[in-house]
Design a protein around this ligand. Structure first.
Ligand code: B16
Ligand code: MG
Length: 221
């Protein structure tokens, strides 16, 4: 019988809650002030990427150079706009299939971690009223290097004292799938197979994962 996985590490934006669209709105507004129209394709390349690195990418795409003060002020403005957009999020905004999955993990004594690039992860989990479900939360305040660097996931498995080989990461971004693979973890993609190359398996959403499939994923059956 195969060894059972001992922990699940969730990405936040686009996996637990659909805040990805609010990041997009906020970045679109910033890009427009630079005379650049941010496309859906651009946005896919910002998923899972830190705030600073996201702005660097937008400057590159728009061929813009800024001094440090202006760069900092755009970061502040983006976060201000983003926080306004997510002000009203509530437990009903948790994506379908997530509550069932968290219950399954608790029942099977599988540890639950968060591995997000966002510096706003804790207030978001509080708004969703699920912060206390997590054994460990690693967010953008605790890492030096953005996904696809594996730092965020390695910090999570270390804090939970679980071998990376026995961790499953759930991710909606290609940078996150790359980070999970680099950490030596099993990467499960939430989204399309075409976008999430490198994932060991993909599901369109958590709603599409049955309890039997969860058992299989974690080698419990
Ligand atoms: P913040 P995740 C990431 O979160 C988002 O996907 C990405 O779009 C965002 O730029 C990054 O967090 C930083 O977020 O500005 O709130 O610190 O997908 O890793 O949970
Ligand atoms: Mg994400």
């Amino acid at each position: 019988m195969k060894t059972a996985y001992q922990c699940a590490i969730f990405d936040l934006d686009g996996v637990i809650v659909d805040t990805a669209k609010f990041h997009f709105f906020a970045w679109k507004k910033i890009a427009a002030t630079l005379g650049y129209i941010l496309t859906d394709k651009n946005n896919d390349q910002l998923k899972g990427v830190s705030r600073v690195d996201s702005l660097k990418r937008i400057l590159q795409w728009s061929n813009t150079q800024l001094d440090t003060a202006k760069f900092e002020s755009l970061l502040v403005q983006k976060n201000k706009d983003y926080l306004e957009l997510i002000q009203g999020i509530q437990p009903q905004d948790i994506l379908p299939g997530i509550p069932k999955t968290l219950t399954f993990l608790k029942q099977n004594k599988i540890k639950i971690g968060l591995g997000s690039a966002s510096k706003n992860a804790i207030p978001i989990l509080e708004k969703l009223k699920i912060l206390d479900i997590f054994d460990v939360v690693i967010d953008g305040n605790q890492v030096m290097r953005s996904k696809p660097d594996p730092e965020v996931f390695i910090k999570g498995s270390t804090a939970m004292q679980v071998n990376p080989k026995l961790c499953i990461v759930f991710e909606d971004a290609s940078s996150g799938i790359e980070a999970a693979n680099a950490a030596g973890m099993k990467a499960v993609g939430i989204g399309s197979k075409e976008d999430l190359i490198g994932a060991s398996i993909c599901f369109p959403s958590f709603d599409a994962i049955s309890v039997n499939q969860l058992s299989d994923l974690f080698n419990l059956s």
